[in-house]
Design a protein around this ligand. Sequence first.
Ligand code: SAH
Length: 399
Amino acid sequence: MNKVILNPKRDYSVAHHHPWVFSGAIRSVEGAPGIGDLVSVEDCRGQRLGWGCYSPVSQIRVRMLAFGDCAAPDAAYVSGLISASVGRRANFWVEGRTNGFRLVHGESDGLPGVVVDYYDGWCVVQLSSAGAERWKDVIVQALMTAVPGCRGVYNRSDVDGRAREGLPVEGTTGLLAGEEPPEFIEIHEDAIRYLVDVRKGHKTGFYLDQREARAVVGSFANGADVLNCFCYTGGFGLAARAAGALSVTQLDISEPALALARRNAELDHLCGTACDYVAADVFKQLRLYRDQGRKFDMIVLDPPKFADTKGQLMRATRGYKDINLLAMKLLNPNGILATFSCSGAMSTELFDTVCREAAFDAKRDFQILTRTRQAVDHPVSLAFPEGLYLKGLVLRAVS
Ligand code: SAH
């Protein structure tokens, strides 16, 4: 049996069900575990703390699959984790308000490195750790069985994190089971419909994590001229328009994303002449609007992840401050800024500080109207605070 023995005083976090064992916490490894192999994780007195999957080249050397002095996880155990996670989303099918939601949210659902999103019958999986890859076939079979009316399982494991795990990134997309999905899967959130490209879209195709924030943005959008920065396929802009925004400018650097935003607006009969699509760099376009004296009643800033690691945080902080400062200056009196950070390395406190400093430099005062976070189908395990990655602030300019 392969064993990982932890250093004294470094067993606290695993004992408290934190799912990551860093290389520095390990005293010794017994046996010769290969990539993704199961290891028994024990404290220095030989007491088993649980079982995890071994990642020989990663800083996160073991990701836990089971806690306590239990039997080694097998296929039935992993299938059980999948069906439990799917079962926790049962209300999404019952309520029927949307047919696009996350079924498995990695560590916080007890399945490190496993993400599964559901789009109208299809499951799209993203396996980013050695252990996740090892259990791939079991996961796929479990989804085909556990997901009501599952039509197919599609792989989108083309994620950068795999290289850090020593896993191949090539050849990680394509059908794994069931039927091929159509070119675009149509999903809806309440009355708004979106087309999702699960083959080439970002992540698994759509930003499901912003579902609740889209509704919040809509609740402040009535009668507003809205600028939706980093719009991707238009989500916030469509939610704003459906809620009564007068006009929406969809801004993104990606032409294919804007093309899909336009198709979504047509599908929903939402925009017509009230929508404008601008293919440009947000950093440049906001400066151009400033120079033109252009103003908006509402601005959404939902940039891509500027920081992957703590090391990139300084540069990321400058990027966030820059766009927030520019956007704050473009707001009409009483205007609303909905601003987000999806960098896990940036804490809620640091994001507040960045926005506070941006407001100071913009010489304007703001109120926090509300905060948002990743939607409920992207839960955060209490034992794993790192699971909170998406933070939002909805601010009103009061001067
Ligand atoms: N708000 C979107 C998700 C944003 S994802 C939603 O709710 O669906 C980030 C988007 O930023 C991507 O579409 C990407 O093309 C775009 N992007 C990245 N860098 C950019 C830049 N410098 N200027 C404009 N758009 C950029």
